[in-house]
Design a protein around this ligand. Structure first.
Ligand code: HEC
Length: 135
């Protein structure tokens, strides 16, 4: 009789622990799915402050490359040679190579200016890795 009761108590306790850890795991999995980076809030303000003076129709960056950074559509269209952003893959995106200064001095961006902060570059990188959404 006594052993029987303990078996029940112990298995109920194990079931409760199992249920709790299942809930913790499913809660932890949810936030990582929703994008945390926003084009409007995190990326565009950087372009606005550091790039648009040249990358707008009539500006010297636009005239030389065809890249218009005044809108999401302009960024995704890229230059006259092709796209600069590969959604989901910042490492392979030419935009990041230019901003991280992994390219020839002449095409490092901002052209002739100061390198973007690590924080700004990581914000753009993060947004690209999350799919480069128009959000
Ligand atoms: C002072 C003007 C100026 C500023 C500011 C500037 N650019 Fe440029 N950008 C240029 C010029 C000029 C070119 C053409 C370079 C060339 O091909 O020789 C260019 C080209 C580019 C290209 C295309 C490179 C290629 O391979 O054709 C990208 C991408 C780019 N810029 C991104 C940016 C970003 C992002 C910023 C802001 C962080 C920025 N630029 C700021 C002048 C500027």
């Amino acid at each position: 009789m006594r052993t029987g009761l303990w078996t029940v108590v112990v298995s109920v306790a194990f079931a409760a622990v199992g249920l709790m850890s299942y809930e913790v795991a499913s809660q932890a999995a949810k936030p990582s799915r929703a994008p945390t980076a926003s084009f409007k809030e995190d990326v565009f303000p950087i372009f606005k402050g550091r790039c648009i003076e040249c990358h707008t129709p009539g500006g010297k960056g636009f005239e030389a490359s065809g890249l218009d950074l005044t809108s999401y559509a302009g960024l995704m269209k890229g230059t006259k040679f092709g796209p600069m952003v590969i959604p989901g893959d910042a490492q392979a995106s030419n935009l990041m190579a230019l901003l991280d200064w992994r390219v020839n001095k002449k095409i490092r961006m901002p052209h002739g200016g100061k390198k973007l902060s690590t924080c700004d570059r990581d914000a753009i990188r993060h947004w690209i890795n999350e799919g480069a959404l128009d959000n």
